[in-house]
Design a protein around this ligand. Sequence first.
Ligand SMILES: NC(=O)c1ccc[n+]([C@@H]2O[C@H](COP(=O)([O-])OP(=O)(O)OC[C@H]3O[C@@H](n4cnc5c(N)ncnc54)[C@H](O)[C@@H]3O)[C@@H](O)[C@H]2O)c1
Ligand SMILES: CC(C)[C@H](C(=O)O)[C@@H](O)C(=O)O
Ligand SMILES: [Mg+2]
Length: 355
Amino acid sequence: MKFKIAKLPGDGIGPEIVEQAEKVIHAIGNKFNHQFSFEFGIVGAAAIDKVGDPYPEETHNICLNSDAVLFGAIGDPKYDNNPAAKVRPEQGLLEMRKKLQLYANIRPVSTFESLINKSPLRPELIEGADFMIIRELTGGIYYGELRGRTENGTKAFDTNVYSKEEIERVAKLAFSFAAKRRKKLTAIDKANVLATSRLWRETIQEMEKDYPDIEVDHMLVDNAAMQIIQWPKKFDVVVTENMFGDILTDEASVITGSLGLLPSASIGIHTSVFEPIHGSYPQAAGKDIANPIATILSAAMMFEYSLNLPEAGKTIRDAVAASLAEGFVTEDIASGQAYKTSQVGDWIAHWIEKN
Ligand SMILES: NC(=O)c1ccc[n+]([C@@H]2O[C@H](COP(=O)([O-])OP(=O)(O)OC[C@H]3O[C@@H](n4cnc5c(N)ncnc54)[C@H](O)[C@@H]3O)[C@@H](O)[C@H]2O)c1
Ligand SMILES: CC(C)[C@H](C(=O)O)[C@@H](O)C(=O)O
Ligand SMILES: [Mg+2]
């Protein structure tokens, strides 16, 4: 079959890691006899530099006309160090999520046997941990329109807004994942303080009766931040609002050993976007040292969720597991010799073609 992939590498390490995922996708094409064409779109700081807009209309159209979108990362220190900048690369990512209505971001977290000692957590706590955090992605405090500063600039405000429909939409997806997994859903909120969280809790409580075989647990986010690290094996499917999901998933990456390992799928109405959860890691840009596995595993999710080729997804997962077991890995997770980003990409692509 023929597939059209929109490729949005973005900034920092984005181009290097997306290049590795592209090699892997071509290897899958050779092995399973599919054809993939990549259409490049600018996004983030790279797009501001070129056209003054972090998510230009042309890039949006490339995404709309694709079977799936492969996204790298955005962000640049020249904006991070200038909080007053009017246009920021991050706005491009948020605009893409909104315009493509990527309402649910699926972030799986599972340990790899060969990396157990790379986590600072005790092996017996993390061995076999396997859960997914489903993060609402197009609402909440990221998008509350009432935001800004008071006139003299000494007070600032953001607003957290959620509608029942937005909560139901992402919760429905979370229930459906829980039904296919270990039938346990943890809904994380701050209902002891926030009105939005009380609506979350109320809405999910109302939905519970439609899913009698799923055990639902409601947990406050501060407690959850502790429990995810202390007892990660207790979790199966987690659903939470945009900002809590952002923070808890970076925290959860510690269980696996590196932020460079966690992939994600942003499920949309028009198309879906596959992106590592980490950022543009500017300190590593151009050095060929960043871990490409989060992006390569995002490509595996693309085969499973968008292209309906689960076997291809599994092949990528097997290849990644082989590289980890072999110790053919980048410096963030290396025990002995560390390999370059591009060498890891080549190794995984070759493994796919010869196995
Ligand atoms: N989805 C995105 O595009 C996204 C996500 C997060 C942050 N950002 C942006 O990225 C920029 C840098 O942010 P940050 O430093 O807070 O977060 P970051 O995720 O870029 O990096 C944080 C740390 O995680 C580790 N890390 C991240 N990716 C890695 C990889 N592939 N391999 C090995 N180690 C890796 C590094 O130790 C790094 O210092 C900012 O401009 C921020 O806005 C973008
Ligand atoms: C860069 C930033 C806007 C983004 C977010 O907060 O969603 C990032 O942290 C992520 O996790 O994708
Ligand atoms: Mg984040």
